[in-house]
Design a protein around this ligand. Sequence first.
Ligand SMILES: CC(C)(COP(=O)(O)OP(=O)(O)OC[C@H]1O[C@@H](n2cnc3c(N)ncnc32)[C@H](O)[C@@H]1OP(=O)(O)O)[C@@H](O)C(=O)NCCC(=O)NCCS
Length: 174
Amino acid sequence: MTGSQLRLRRAGLRDVDYLLELQVDPDIAPFLSAGRAASREELVEEVERSLVDPQAFGRLMIETPHEREWRLVGAIGFERTNKRSRIARIGGLAVHPDFRGHGLGKAAVRELARVLFGELGYHRLEAGVYGFNERGMAAIENAGFVREGVKRLAYRPADEWVDAVEFGLLADEL
Ligand SMILES: CC(C)(COP(=O)(O)OP(=O)(O)OC[C@H]1O[C@@H](n2cnc3c(N)ncnc32)[C@H](O)[C@@H]1OP(=O)(O)O)[C@@H](O)C(=O)NCCC(=O)NCCS
């Protein structure tokens, strides 16, 4: 999967350490789903699932060109949530703090959407973002997702209940 400025590469077991590092970064962890795979064992399980069932589940590494090589800058994922209606949910988006503010979050979401619609035949993509996560919402919206609603005080990632903002994108909207 390659866009002009970045590529998405399916994660392998050698990427688990990097995924773990991202998960615990204090500038990433509070913004990711509190129910995500967090331990090494859970991440290994997800990476293996992504390798054996690539149409339905993905753990992908975001890479950008750097001195003729590809440099890791983050991660993104998806999961099929409805087979009959061909719906997938995007999640686990993280750009390492060193590489933020250059449109990579937006570009990674767009590239994943291109692959999910164009190559894997999905019809609709969904994403949920905590209501306090302005950067996350900006990246998703800039990628073309439409704000579809708010799940009021749906989750408690830390001490307080917070809203989740739901976004959707249809194949012909990309
Ligand atoms: C969300 C994240 C992936 C964005 O990565 P990125 O490469 O910086 O994304 P982009 O450069 O494409 O877009 C960031 C947008 O946030 C905006 N932004 C940055 N800080 C902001 C803030 N404090 N308040 C509001 N918007 C902000 C930027 O201006 C930019 O929007 P613009 O291009 O319209 O100006 C990255 O910040 C991250 O990993 N965050 C932690 C994990 C996370 O939140 N994941 C998303 C869960 S859905």
